[in-house]
Design a protein around this ligand. Sequence first.
Ligand code: F3S
Length: 777
Amino acid sequence: TSSRRHLSTAQSLPPTYEKLFNKYTDVRRVLGKQRLTLAEKILYSHLDNVEESLLTDTDNGRSIRGKANLRLKPDRVNMQDASAQMALLQFMSCNLERPAIPASIHCDHLIVGSKGAADDLEAGIQTNKEVFDFLESAARKYGMDFWPPGAGIIHQTVLENYALPGLMMLGTDSHSPNAGGLSTVTIGVGGADAVEALVGAPWELTAPKIIGVELTGKLGDWVAPKDVILRLAGELSVRGGTGSIIEYFGSGVDTLSCTGMATCCNMGAEVGATTSIFPYTDASARYLASTGRTQATRNIDALQNFPGAGADRDAYFRFQADEGAQYDHVIQIDLSKLEPRINGPFTPDFATPLSKFKDVAREKQWPEALSAGLIGSCTNSSYEDMTRVESLLKQAADAGLKPASDFYVTPGSEQIRATLERDGTLETIESAGGILLSNACGPCIGQWKRQDGVTKGTKNAILTSYNRNFAGRNDGNPETMNFLASPEVVTAMAFAGSTTFNPMTDTLKTPDGRDFKFAPPRGLEGPQTPFEAGEPSLGVLSQEPDPSAQIAISPTSDRLAFLEPFPAFPDSELSGLRVLVKVTGKCTTDTISAAGPWLKYKGHLPNISTNTLNTAINAETGEVNAAYDLDGTKHTIPELAQRWKERGQEWLVVAEHNYGEGSAREHAALQPRYLGARVILVKSFARIHQTNLKKQGVVPLTFANEADYDRIAAGDIVATVGLYDMLRNGGQGDVHVKVTKEATGEEFLIPTNHAISKDQAGFILAGSALNLLSKGL
Ligand code: F3S
């Protein structure tokens, strides 16, 4: 077959590209000359089930998107320190020697930004030592790359080291799509999904729709790549990208730097996109070279010119869309006409052009004083960003000006920081009074201990070059208004100390009374000599698995605990379950597993489980977080669940509509399972949470007749009827629950619906997806 021919002739390619090339050839065999977008080429060349997914197509690609279930085999998994904890604990419970694909761990989320890089890093390491020690020990044992605290923010490190055109990666963080700036399909997922990929199971995704963004022209003065995505967010809104990949194309793409493209992809998360991607350009090749990956550019050249594809140009894996590829929807942006934007407050899609911002700020009575300007983070800490900022700082210094607001800079990685130090940029920042924070997320994820006296509840405005601006996101103060802009605009406005200053038109007064107007920022796309590696102690630990390495978890730890695999489903129907609590109203994943201070316990299932459903409303009493034991004693919901767990009493929760909406937090499924939940019976589920429950071995059922919600009460005895057969029949068959009222002995059957597929029935029977998948290898 043609694929065999390619297998033998592709020997000159490096193994990953050889594999992708061969798979891509299979895809072409199935799809013929159908024109594909870049995102589709990359996704489909990672399919585990090419024929099954693509042969469903009867309509030139249109019946794949939004419909086909893609089973994908990603090339690697990247994890940040907060989400890596539970992911690794679950992976460890599989008893495998090494992950099926390469993985890396990045310690970036737990460092608090406060006084400055050196102090903050030391304090962060002390506070979180046991978590970092655990992550490092797991990395040693399983041969995963470990980036210690201070090494950098996951997305910057990934872009500098792991992103490569044509690859597909999963990242346990929503801004993982950043790597799309280097033509990599990278999707943000939860820990459980990451573990499935680590054990070698295919990762499932409904084939996304493709939103095309056609860029033409060239960015003008003061306009940055950030403004492309700020403008797009204004158009698409926070939900406009849901179920879609945003793919950029057009002549304007060739005018952007690789890191600028990454910024656009990073913030695609703000419109809910599955991921975002740019084609491979000369700027991508330059970035690969400056980050020390010249071999990669040679490999790409070899792939682009590989003779195996014959005369069929479409079959070349060129990291570009085929000419004439169809998008579900195309948005056109002329870069030459683009104006800087400022987005916010409290939502990233409220976009105001810079020229109108003064009026809008006054009309909406946003604070005029700017309390702080913060630049950097995973979104905007590139060499280009920082040198453009440097050009503004130098002008201001020459005029004798200092920033009027506090001005913080977070480098995205040690490599960036060291290179900026070498090239004198850091000195310019520090002599302007800029406070350099450690190479970590810091204020971007609420890890910001403000030193300026702005206390919780005080209304104030900050301007950041970050990506998210929900209330409380940066300093925990819901009254802090975070406005998002490019680093250049943030910097210039920090000098004015005012939200109504427009650096393109307005002037500042110098100390000697002259009018000063910033000239437009100028910077360099990348360093003139390759990036510096930086402090050796902040480099990566990369080694083969060491099975003799001990996992560092203290038995007395309150932040980390080993996970025991969940037991398998009994060889029978479930019987003798009791209704723990009947919940009314909204029950989000936040209700089931609260965030905030609880995040500290993400790696300790018993401890974090003490928050289970602690803001749920008891339907029978109207109380929050109240449940009653069979003897009538009142407890909090998690306390009663714990008591029942100790007694061996398994239980179910009854609730209303859209149970488990909100973020895809896996703890919201793990915690009830740990405490003894077997069934969740509700009027309807949020889709992702329903899937998460099945992955953890909990049976999600919905009332066939909603009115039955009123017939069942806390404390009722419940048995399943038909569930065991349905599971053994791969999800086929009806399920009822038999309810017994203890006081009266009354019994009745409630019909239910389920959405359990064959695979998921296997997960539930095995006790969890992981139990099954780890056995299957
Ligand atoms: Fe997330 Fe850290 Fe970036 S918090 S947004 S990865 S800086």
